[in-house]
Write a protein of this length. Structure first.
Length: 132
């Protein structure tokens, strides 16, 4: 499947006392890339809640921190669907500075009923858009 790339600039607020990107912020960068990936396919999360009564929640994350990012770095965050099934989508994600991979991870997203918070199939139009 194709890889979606999203640019991110490191702001001062993203860094820790040592001037490096705080580890949890890599997860925020990955979240932004997945949200923008969904938007690039023509789906807005607020409309999915309203029209399909579905929300997406992180089910599991596995992350490898390889190199630090610093204040004002221009990064690229990628998201690629590696598996999709009934009520979940699994992404391979990377945070890069140029060609250098700083952080990589696998994020499994659960599709949930917005009211009951129980698993709900990924909406058919999204499954079709990602080839699932």
């Amino acid at each position: 499947m194709s890889t979606f790339d999203w640019p991110v600039r490191v702001y001062y607020e993203d860094t820790d006392s040592g001037g490096l990107v705080y580890y949890a912020n890599y997860l925020k960068f990955m979240e932004r890339a997945r949200s923008e990936w969904l938007r690039s396919l023509g789906f807005e999360q607020d409309a999915l809640i309203r029209d399909a009564a579905v929300i997406f929640a992180v089910r599991s994350v596995q992350v490898e921190y390889l190199r630090p990012a610093r204040f004002n770095d221009a990064l690229t965050v990628s998201a690629a669907v590696v598996q999709s099934g009934g009520a979940s989508i699994t992404f391979a994600q990377e945070v890069r500075r140029g060609d250098e991979v700083l952080c990589s991870g696998t994020v499994k997203i659960a599709s949930l009923d917005a009211v009951t918070l129980r698993p709900k199939p990924v909406p058919a139009q999204i499954a079709a858009a990602i080839g699932g």
